[in-house]
Design a binder for this molecule. Structure first.
Ligand SMILES: [Zn+2]
Length: 281
C-alpha cells in the first residue's frame, strides 16, 4: 500500500465512523475541517486512483462483473441537483444504496417486523426492526451462530428517513451542511433505511459497531457464514474506495442467499456486482 492510499484510507476511516452505521448517534464529530474537506473528495471522484501497482485487483482487469440485465434495481431516475440519484425500486431486496444512490424521501418499508433475536439494548423501538425477509434470515443466522458457540446480538437495524433526517439536521444546525455531510449520512443514503441491514456484535455488546469488533470470534464467524443466511459484509476490508466506507465487519446486509454466495465467491462489493462504479480497467 503506498503512502497516498494509506492517507486516503485514514481519511475514509475518519469520515465513515459516523457516516456509515452511526449507532453512536450521540457521538460528537471529531474530524477536523481539513480532514473533512479532503475526505469528501476521496471515494469515487478521484480519477487518478493508485491502480497502477501490480496488486490491482483481479476484478478490476476483467470485464464487467455482471451482465446489465441483472443490474441495479438501482435503476434510478436522473440525478438531482446535488448529484444524488434517486432509486426507482427501493423495495427491491437487492437495492443498492450508497453515497450516489439515495432512497426516495417518501420510502418506508411496508413489512417491517421485530426479529426475535437479542439486542444490546432493552427498548423496543424502530432500531430493532427489519423487513420480514431479513428478519427471518437474521433469526436463522443468530441461531446458527449459537450452534457454533457464538452469541450474537443486534446493535442497530432499521432507521427511518425521518430519524436520519432529524439526526442530520441536528448536525447541520451545529456545523453547517457541508461539514455535516462529511460525518453523517445524508437522509436517504443510509443503508439502514432499507430495513435490510443490521449492525451486530457479540452479545456482551463489547466493541458494538466499533473497529475493535474486527478480528473477534464473532466477526470471524460472520465473515465465514453470513452469506449462508443471505447476508454480506457490506463494507469489506480493502474496498473502501469503492463502497465509500471504511471496513465495517459488524454491518451486514441482506441480499438473499444466492446473491450473497455469488458475491462472496467473486469477492466483490454490491457496487462492483451491479457494475455501478467506474471500476478501473
Ligand atoms: Zn451499519
Amino acid at each position: 500500500m503506498n503512502k497516498k492510499t494509506k492517507y486516503a484510507l485514514a481519511l475514509l476511516m475518519a469520515l465513515s465512523i459516523l457516516a456509515g452505521c452511526s449507532s453512536k448517534e450521540e457521538a460528537t464529530p471529531s474530524t477536523s475541517p481539513a480532514v473533512s474537506t479532503a475526505a469528501t473528495a476521496t471515494p469515487n471522484t478521484t480519477t487518478s486512483t493508485p491502480t497502477t501497482t501490480a496488486t490491482a485487483s483481479p476484478q478490476a482487469s476483467s470485464k464487467p462483473v455482471q451482465s446489465p440485465s441483472a443490474s441495479p434495481k438501482a435503476s434510478s431516475t436522473p440525478s438531482k441537483s446535488d448529484g444524488l440519484q434517486v432509486i426507482a425500486k427501493p423495495e427491491s431486496v437487492t437495492v443498492l444504496v450508497n453515497k450516489q444512490f439515495s432512497l426516495p424521501s417518501s420510502y418506508e418499508p411496508t413489512d417491517l417486523v421485530y426479529p426475535d433475536i437479542p439486542f444490546t439494548f432493552a427498548e423496543k423501538n424502530e432500531k430493532r426492526k427489519m423487513r420480514t425477509v431479513a428478519a427471518e434470515a437474521i433469526e436463522k443466522l443468530v441461531a446458527g451462530a449459537k450452534k457454533d458457540g457464538i452469541n450474537l446480538a443486534g446493535v442497530s437495524a432499521y432507521r427511518s428517513y425521518a430519524t436520519q433526517k432529524a439526526l442530520f439536521q441536528r448536525y447541520v444546525l451545529k456545523d453547517g451542511e457541508e461539514k455535516a455531510k462529511t460525518y453523517s449520512a445524508v437522509p436517504g443514503t443510509s443503508e439502514h433505511e432499507t430495513g435490510l441491514a443490521i449492525d451486530v456484535s457479540g452479545s456482551d455488546g463489547k466493541c458494538a459497531a466499533e473497529d475493535c469488533f474486527g478480528g473477534t470470534k464473532e466477526a470471524n464467524w460472520l465473515e465465514k457464514h453470513a452469506q449462508e443466511y443471505g447476508f454480506i459484509i457490506r463494507y469489506p476490508k480493502g474496498k473502501e474506495k469503492i463502497t465509500g466506507y471504511q471496513y465495517e465487519p459488524w454491518h451486514i446486509r441482506y441480499v438473499g442467499a444466492d446473491t450473497a454466495k455469488d458475491m462472496v465467491a467473486k469477492k466483490v462489493t454490491m457496487e462492483e456486482y451491479y457494475n455501478a462504479v467506474p471500476v478501473s480497467k
